[in-house]
Write a new protein. Structure first.
Length: 276
């Protein structure tokens, strides 16, 4: 057996092409705002990538760059400015923020109707209730990949490793709701039978940030594996899943090239959705 590679780059280009086509027929002008605090090379590259995506499909870019010395109040002022900016239909605050900054206060200051990441408590609350809401970018990207490759979700055992607010928790809610109807197990650092749960799962989503934690012998033959984790190693960026799993998995979304490109594409989708 050799797994089918779930090509996030190719699907992201397809998504962006569809967004470009839809935008060309619309009289709306979406605008993505970004707030970047400091000059971390990784964060800077990530934000610049988002703005390149915007230029590719015709979304206006609004960049707000603050020094690493910016305090909570100064960042909140930038947030409130974007809340009021009519050219900005949606924006993000690039995380993590510098130590000493109250990230919760910053995110709470955002207008929920401009929350392009879908992580404001109001939007997450709507997701929990099953109400119409903006879906967080990475869970939305994972679901899009699963749907593109026609992975059976209803009744399937889905194991999510990692309970973070950006991936694990919202994804567990999304996949367990109607009409998706997956049977979801959310694990974390205190889970005592993780290896057993991995072996039983039809679909494993790894978002724990431990390089190549999941090995081929740990997974059920024919399982679908989605790698979300990123760890910086001596050889570069590594995912949570050892690529050797292609010998036993049926489908594999690797890192890089799987979920990452689709997450960026889903951000564009969310910004356009907020403009309508």
């Amino acid at each position: 057996m050799s797994a089918v590679i779930m090509d996030g780059k190719a699907l992201a280009e397809k998504v962006k092409s569809n967004l470009l086509s839809n935008l060309s027929k619309s009289n709306k002008q979406p605008g993505l705002g970004t707030i970047l605090v400091g000059d971390d090379p990784g964060s800077l590259a990530y934000v610049e990538g988002k703005h390149r995506d915007c230029a590719q499909i015709g979304i206006k870019s609004i960049k707000v760059n603050l020094p690493a010395t910016a305090n909570t109040g100064e960042i909140i002022k930038a947030v409130k400015d974007l809340n009021q900016n009519t050219e900005c239909t949606g924006f993000i605050v690039q995380l993590p923020l510098p130590s000493g900054v109250n990230s919760e206060e910053v995110l709470l200051a955002m207008d929920p109707d401009k929350d392009a990441d879908g992580l404001h408590p109001v939007n997450l609350g709507k997701l929990v209730l099953g109400a119409k809401s903006l879906v967080p970018c990475t869970p939305k990207a994972i679901l899009a990949l699963l749907n593109e490759y026609k992975i059976k979700l209803s009744g399937s055992k889905v194991l999510i490793i990692g309970r973070g607010a950006t991936v694990g928790r919202p994804l567990s809610i999304l996949l367990s709701q109607k009409p998706i109807n997956a049977t979801v197990t959310l694990t974390h650092s205190a889970t005592t039978n993780l290896l057993e749960l991995i072996k039983e799962a039809d679909i494993v989503v790894a978002a724990l940030g431990s390089a190549h934690f999941i090995k081929p012998e740990m997974v059920k033959p024919g399982a679908v594996l989605i790698d979300v984790g990123i760890t910086r190693g001596v050889t570069g960026l590594l995912g949570d899943i050892d690529p050797a799993v292609i010998k036993v998995a049926s489908y594999f979304a690797p890192m890089p090239g799987g979920v990452g490109p689709m997450t960026r594409a889903m951000l564009l989708s969310n910004v356009i959705e907020l403009a309508n």
